[in-house]
Unconditional design. Structure first.
Length: 262
């Protein structure tokens, strides 16, 4: 049984409760159509949360290709991902994916992605993307041309990082989560979508939280490497479920599922 505690983050003033900005009326918006594949649907034929993460990752790469920036900006780390499932996306369907910048600084940017299905589903997302130098594993400056293009959809040109999920790990029993070689990315870290496999696994029983609009948040703190022992701890609050990814009690990532206002 999961322990239940009050959750101090569940206040309207906290940034984790802030609605995502709407699609801008002008500026550079990457706009593509894709089919929802069966590999990304759950047992109820809805788009799974890890499937959503894959669409976000693929859209990010395709966006870079579209603007001719893949060679100059090939390496990124996603520090935080917010996914609002406002109306579930059901298979079969066609997806319209729009991606644009909602905040930027010289070395990172917030990228909004809206996913509409032709059957009425709607998922809104935002990711905090850090441009990386793979050799030094440190944030790297964006090219001026890329920076200026991303600025066309936002007035926030001084984006700063602020962690939303920073509660310490609870003293509850941990569950071991096995890792696979297929989870490794080109940084030799566990890939972004592998975290979402665990989020899906550990939130699937919280059916009351997903009856209406709901929000997933995942914040990355430190890398997890293949061969390390990953443990996951959860705490259930009245309106949220929180989970900690840890290696030897060191928190590597924190996730949350919570209800959002309709």
């Amino acid at each position: 049984m999961m322990n239940q505690v009050a959750d101090p983050t569940l206040t309207a003033a906290h940034p984790s409760a802030t609605p995502l900005v709407p699609v801008p009326g002008s500026g550079h918006i990457f706009d593509v159509t894709r089919r929802l594949g069966t590999v990304d649907m759950d047992e109820n034929q809805y788009l799974r949360i890890d499937g959503t993460a894959r669409h976000l990752q693929d859209a990010g790469v395709d966006h870079l290709v579209h603007v001719g920036a893949l060679d100059s900006h090939p390496h990124w780390i996603v520090r935080r991902t917010v996914i609002d499932v406002l109306r579930p996306i059901a298979w079969p369907t066609q997806l319209r994916i729009r991606r644009w910048c909602s905040g930027i600084s010289p070395r990172w940017c917030a990228m909004r992605v809206r996913i509409d299905s032709d059957t009425g589903g709607l998922v809104e997302t935002e990711g905090f993307w850090i441009h990386m130098n793979k050799e030094t594993m440190s944030p790297s400056r964006l090219a001026d041309e890329f920076f200026e293009l991303m600025c066309t959809t936002t007035d926030n040109h001084r984006l700063r990082w602020r962690q939303w999920l920073d509660e310490p790990q609870p003293p509850t029993p941990a569950t071991r989560f096995p890792l696979r070689r297929t989870d490794i990315d080109h940084f030799q870290h566990i890939t972004n979508t592998a975290y979402w496999h665990a989020v899906h696994e550990f939130t699937s029983d919280a059916t009351d939280l997903v009856q209406g609009p709901h929000r997933f948040i995942l914040e990355y703190n430190k890398p997890i490497r293949y061969g390390e022992t990953l443990d996951i701890r959860t705490i259930r609050a009245p309106d949220a479920l929180n989970l900690w990814f840890s290696v030897d009690h060191d928190t590597r990532a924190i996730g949350q599922l919570r209800r959002v206002a309709s």
